[in-house]
Design a protein around this ligand. Structure first.
Ligand code: 4AD
Ligand code: MG
Length: 464
């Protein structure tokens, strides 16, 4: 008999109907006459209760029904007398598809997240990770839906690239060279001409540069794919492999870009509230009691918009009033997470979009303001997360862009194709990158970015 998903079973009121469910045992308890088995198949956070009469099955079978075991159960759908559940299954046949011995690592409830990470291959079977992964899926759908509805084309940019978009030199090299026998030229440099691509290549840190080629042809595109950063940041906000969404739009200015950022994030949060109710309620109860309140709050807030210079002023005033930061505040510095969090969590108590940063602390492609000192970059700063979006209007002026590339010693020969967008029919344009896992952190209330991606990659960690 074809199995019915538990999510569907719990909504079905066709009592008396024969159904088959398959899933993993969450709990098994018995009174003398009857056994209660809570079964979960991952389709929902909720379990279905299987009721099995003790005298209908032999004792050996019940012994195999341990936490984590996989069962196929056929029986009648009945109206549940228990509070809080509509239907249950009165078992007629039970087949143990996979036994689960008592050393099953996910057996005990309330294990630490660190323990879960060490058992990353099995943690997906827990309630928390099930909820997070279903929400992650729903957020991916929301993102595609948003851009599709707004006339953006899904655009695929390469994962293997020969350019460093962010110019931070934090790239993982891709090579088929024999590392035991590296040939070097007379200056001690590696000769890449005989490497697979005939030049030095890496995993991409961002699809933006190619995204700009798409936007300046199709008008509006977005990318949604994995990106890689070899930065040695061991924090609860950084991954070495993370997913990024990068919309890029022709004919957009800074105001419109900020509107897009705010509208997009709110759409995703609203989607979560509308489509992931059960999972959010579970996380609100078990992980973060203020989660639902925070998500609803963001929808009501208008994000604060302020310039970097205004932000620095607020931070300096805080210092003058005795607030202690680890890193000193002065115009020109890159904001540390403590500064971002002060602005968002203590000063404004709502999300902040900061703009017009000193050009020295931002990437080469950002549009230079008339003051010659600041650029039209925009970061969206969120409570508990810090930077969730980084974006900018792009410098569309050919000469100014070349000036930046030269002054930063970026090898011009690698950038010829990018510069052609400014040479031939250049247009004002801009875009941003949203860190997918940072969005999931916000939407789930989870504390560590390694717990919102199925298989995290971080320094010294590539297990599973
Ligand atoms: O600010 P970033 O570095 O911007 C870019 O890559 C631009 N090319 C985006 C664009 O304008 N198209 O990264 C964008 C976002 C950050 O705001 C953050 O949310 C996320 O990507 N991010 C990370 N997420 C997890 N782990 C890391 N190591 C991350 N680095 C950046
Ligand atoms: Mg950034």
């Amino acid at each position: 008999m074809k199995r019915t998903k538990i999510q569907e079973i719990l909504l079905c009121e066709d009592f008396g109907k024969e159904v088959t469910v398959k899933g993993w045992v969450r709990t098994h308890r018995d009174s003398k006459v009857v056994h209660f088995i809570a079964l979960n198949d991952g389709s929902t956070i909720k379990n279905v209760q299987v009721v099995a009469d003790t005298d209908k099955f032999d004792e050996g079978l019940f012994k195999q029904i341990t936490t984590g075991a996989c069962l196929s159960v056929t029986g009648k759908l009945t109206q549940s007398p228990g509070a809080g559940q509509a239907s249950e299954i009165s078992a007629e046949t039970i087949e143990v598809l996979g036994q689960c011995p008592s050393d099953y690592p996910m057996q005990k409830k309330g294990q630490s997240f660190e323990y879960m990470r060490q058992h990353g291959h099995l943690r997906l079977r827990t309630n928390t990770f099930g909820a997070v992964m279903r929400i992650r899926h729903n957020m991916a759908i929301a993102i595609h839906q948003y851009f599709h509805e707004h006339g953006f084309f899904y655009f695929h940019t390469p994962l293997i690239t020969a350019s460093d978009c962010e110019g931070a030199g934090q790239m993982f090299q891709v090579t088929t060279k024999n590392l035991y026998d590296l040939k070097k030229d007379k200056d001690g440099k590696i000769d890449y001409s005989d490497d697979f691509f005939g030049k030095m290549t890496s995993l991409t840190v961002s699809g933006q540069l190619e995204g700009e080629l798409g936007a300046t042809a199709l008008g509006a595109i977005y990318t949604f794919g994995p990106t890689f950063r070899a930065e040695n940041s061991n924090t609860p906000r950084h991954l070495s492999e993370f997913w990024m969404i990068e919309p890029e739009v022709a004919f957009i200015d800074l105001q419109d870009l900020m509107d897009l950022e705010e509208d997009f994030i709110k759409y995703c949060v609203r989607w979560a509230l509308e489509h992931c109710q059960d999972d959010l309620e579970f996380l609100n109860k078990m992980i973060d009691k203020t989660l639902l309140q925070r998500l609803n709050g963001v929808l009501k807030e208008t994000f604060v918009r302020l310039t970097y210079t205004e932000g620095i002023k607020i931070l300096e005033e805080a210092v003058a009033k005795g607030h202690k930061f680890e890193f000193p505040v002065s115009w020109g510095m890159d904001l540390a997470s403590e500064h971002e969090r002060y602005l968002v969590e203590e000063h404004f108590k709502k999300p902040v979009i900061m703009t017009d940063y000193p050009k020295e602390i931002k990437a080469f492609y950002m549009k230079i303001n008339e003051d010659g000192k600041t650029v039209q970059g925009t970061d969206v700063l969120f409570p508990q997360i810090g930077e969730i979006i980084g974006g900018s209007v792009r410098e569309e002026n050919y000469d100014k862009l070349i000036g930046e590339i030269q002054s930063r010693n970026i090898p011009m020969k690698d950038m010829w194709w990018y510069l052609d967008t400014r040479k031939y029919g250049s247009c004002p344009h801009g875009g941003f990158g949203l860190g997918f896992e940072r969005l999931i952190l916000f939407v789930t209330g989870m504390q560590n970015i390694r717990d919102v991606i199925p298989f995290p990659r971080s320094p010294k960690n590539a297990e599973f």
